[in-house]
Unconditional design. Structure first.
Length: 83
């Protein structure tokens, strides 16, 4: 039974790779489409788990300034400080 599952997974991966290699789109279009599909799938799974959606690091709009890290490093609580 386990060998049948391994064979099925192996065939799926080989078929996926061959399909991507011979796709009629350009590489950039294919990668963009795969990224969008994967993000949608992850967001659906996170929605089912009731977690916030994943934000893509690449945005089509103007670049937003990232918040500057604070100058003061975070301090970890120790057991002595907690008691």
């Amino acid at each position: 039974m386990l060998s049948l599952l391994r064979t099925a997974i192996r065939a799926f991966v080989i078929g996926f790779v061959v399909g991507v290699l011979f796709a009629p789109r350009s590489g950039a279009d294919t990668r963009r489409m795969l990224r969008e599909k994967c993000e949608a799938l992850v967001n659906q799974i996170l929605e089912l788990a009731d977690l916030p959606p994943v934000q893509s690091d690449r945005s089509s709009g103007p670049a937003e300034a990232a918040p500057a890290p604070s100058a003061e490093p975070r301090r970890r609580r120790t057991r002595q400080a907690a008691e």
